[in-house]
Design a protein around this ligand. Structure first.
Ligand code: UTP
Length: 235
């Protein structure tokens, strides 16, 4: 399979050991699959952006700072992967697809201002004709609403891309669903029908489970096999 993994900056920057754990897992994953990784910026990106804002920097400038931090994190993961990785983070999805021709794991960060690395990964999944997009985040899946605010929130085993777009739109209207994907990423998933999995990235072995189709996190599928309202956790 061709797999694109989007890993949140806050997930992978959780101590030096997390980079090493991800590198070990990715080497194992790449023995059976073609693997692309898009790394986020996490707390360091947010801190730098906050500092730039205090100087009056505009949002696009702040995004450019964020992109640099995502590329720093990508380089750190490349260092942890050693010879298993393509040696530099490509700056565009097209370059990433070309880099993959060398047969190593390709690791990149952000591309242009205006979105997050989730969208970068979704667009890369289109370019690479990925079989699966995995989003390793700080939560364990997609809920009907923000589980921190709503005890009756239901974790969904499966959801359609249209339902995902609807949930994100509802969040924008203030309904309070705390969703681990941005709207652009959801729209790209919707238009391409790329199967996606949203999983808890704190344990890298969850990525292996998602790649082998185990029920973990939330799968975004064009034709979910179950009605999300009746997923296991809802009962
Ligand atoms: P992230 O993708 O890490 O954003 O990019 P995030 O939502 O804060 O995700 P976590 O915390 O890592 O999970 C960091 C910042 O870099 C800029 C944006 O400002 C983003 O908030 N960025 C990133 C871009 O402008 N374009 C990109 O392609 C990627």
């Amino acid at each position: 399979m061709i797999i694109v993994l989007s890993v949140g900056g806050s997930v992978i920057s959780h101590g030096q050991h997390r980079f090493a754990e991800y590198a070990r897992m990715l080497k194992s994953l790449s023995s059976d699959h073609t693997v692309f990784v898009v790394v986020g910026g996490g707390k360091i990106a947010r801190d730098y952006i906050e500092r730039a804002r205090t100087f009056g920097a505009d949002e696009a400038f702040c995004d450019a700072i964020g992109i640099l931090v995502t590329r720093l994190n990508a380089r750190l993961l490349i260092a942890a992967l050693g010879d298993a990785a393509y040696p530099v983070p490509p700056e565009t999805q097209e370059d990433a697809v070309v880099a993959a021709l060398f047969g190593r794991i390709v690791v990149m960060g952000g591309t242009i201002p205006g979105h997050t690395t989730d969208a970068v990964a979704a667009i890369l999944a289109e370019y690479a004709r990925a079989d699966l997009l995995i989003n390793a985040t700080a939560t364990d899946g997609i809920y009907t609403k923000d589980p921190k605010k709503h005890p009756d929130a239901v974790k969904l085993d499966e959801i359609s891309p249209e339902q995902l777009v609807g949930l994100i739109a509802a969040e924008r209207m203030g309904a309070g669903a705390n969703l681990p994907l941005d709207m652009l990423a959801a729209k790209i998933i919707e238009r391409s029908g790329i199967p996606a999995a949203v999983i808890d990235g704190s344990d890298p072995s969850n990525v292996l489970d998602a790649s082998s189709g185990k029920q973990i996190g939330t799968y975004v599928l064009v034709e979910p096999s179950s009605d999300p309202a009746h997923s296991k956790e809802a009962q």
